[in-house]
Design a binder for this molecule. Structure first.
Ligand code: OSB
Ligand code: MG
Length: 367
């Protein structure tokens, strides 16, 4: 997206790198995270109005090919200069960097018009159902304690991260302790097609879905696996665009889709995927990238669209941080969270929090 055609055009963009420690290390099949290392995009108009976006890229390119340092450079040297001059950047890839800039420009625009992001995107509800994604734990008692904590807090779906060797027994133990909760697993692409027989044993645990068992580019591999499995497959990493989503649905590679605005290059593309999945009868839910309140606010607005029919990884601030960048997001005892209804994303980073967590700031102005 360019600045052209916007009521509020930015004359400067600040890139702010923040580091926020997590309350608990988050381990997946691709690595362990101990802090959120993110870039905030702050789009500024002459009249003091500003718009905010958060880049979903993580510190290392392990979830996808993007990472924070790379995203910072592609924003600084290509995407932001193009946006400031209203030209097409011509950049291929870098979905998360593009999504962050798009979000900031859209937030600026919507704030100037006094329209909430949820209303702009076509949201139909003022609260969304929340799930939680729990990292891999060596000690199963600790994992059970975590599940207990979030079930008691009202969360409507528990997702367990799995990897080869830490899968069936983990699910067996959690399912035995919590026979009736809504339970899912996420492999983050850790399995090979040859592991299909092993993955099929997950069918006995009544999971809502198994998320991204195979590699990002394994569209047909997932279709083969889904044919032999009762548990629905939910795709995350594979769904990089509306085109891929349409192909995945066509070849029946999944029955559920996780939508993350960063992974698909922005909110517009996310809405396109929402719409085509809805037309095909495929439910979607809003994924997360352990975002601060800035990214979370935009995710909540997206999750208010009608086909977001399953609880998202839209957890409360306290699940991630001792202190968030924004006013904390809170999950009510009924497992739902309010969708911000103020102009734009409806929240902004608190100045004291920015002071505490910002580690690098770079201003880019129109020439
Ligand atoms: O695969 O959904 C994922 C976090 C970082 C990267 C990838 C994923 C996740 C999560 C947690 O599962 C989502 C969240 O709570 O924000
Ligand atoms: Mg996932």
């Amino acid at each position: 997206m360019t600045a052209e055609g916007l009521a509020a055009s930015p004359n400067a963009v600040e890139l702010i790198r923040v580091r926020l420690p997590f309350v608990r290390p988050f381990r997946t099949s691709f690595g362990t995270e101990t802090e959120k290392d993110a870039i905030l995009v702050r789009a500024m108009a002459g009249d003091g109005l500003e718009g905010w976006g958060e880049c979903a890229a993580m510190a290392a390119p392990r979830y996808s090919g993007e990472w924070t340092d790379g995203a910072l450079l592609v924003l600084r040297d290509f995407l932001v200069p193009a946006a400031l001059t209203g030209s097409d950047s011509g950049v291929r890839g870098h979905a998360m960097a593009k999504a962050a800039l798009e979000a900031a420009l859209l937030d600026l625009e919507l704030r100037s018009r006094g329209v909430s992001l949820a209303a702009h995107l076509g949201g139909v509800r003022d609260r969304v159902e929340c799930g939680v994604s729990l990292g891999i734990e060596d000690d199963l008692d600790i994992l059970l304690e975590q599940v207990r904590r979030f079930v008691d807090a009202g969360y409507r779906r528990i997702k367990l991260k799995i990897e080869p060797e830490r899968d069936i027994e983990v699910v067996r133990v959690v399912r035995a302790g919590f026979p009736s909760i809504s339970l899912t697993v996420d492999a983050n692409a850790a399995y090979r097609v040859e592991g299909a027989d092993h993955l099929r044993t997950l069918d006995e645990f009544g999971l809502d879905y198994v998320e991204q068992p195979l590699g990002e580019d394994e569209l047909l591999g997932h279709a083969d696996l889904q044919r032999g499995m009762n548990t629905p497959i939910c795709l995350d990493e594979t769904i990089t665009s509306a085109t891929v989503a349409a192909d995945a649905i066509r070849v029946e590679a999944c029955r559920v889709i996780n939508i993350k605005p960063g992974r698909v290059g922005g909110l517009r593309e996310a809405v396109r995927i929402h719409d085509l999945a809805e037309a095909a009868g495929i439910p979607v839910w809003c994924g997360g990238m352990l975002e601060t309140g800035v990214g979370r606010a935009a995710n909540l607005a997206l999750a208010s669209l009608p086909n977001f029919r399953l609880p998202g990884d839209t957890s409360g601030s306290d699940r991630y941080f001792h202190r968030d960048l924004t006013e904390p997001f809170v999950v009510d005892p009924d497992g739902t969270m309010a969708v911000p209804d103020g102009p734009g994303i409806g929240v902004h980073p608190l100045p004291e929090a920015l002071k505490e967590f910002a580690v690098q700031r770079e201003m880019i102005r129109t020439a």
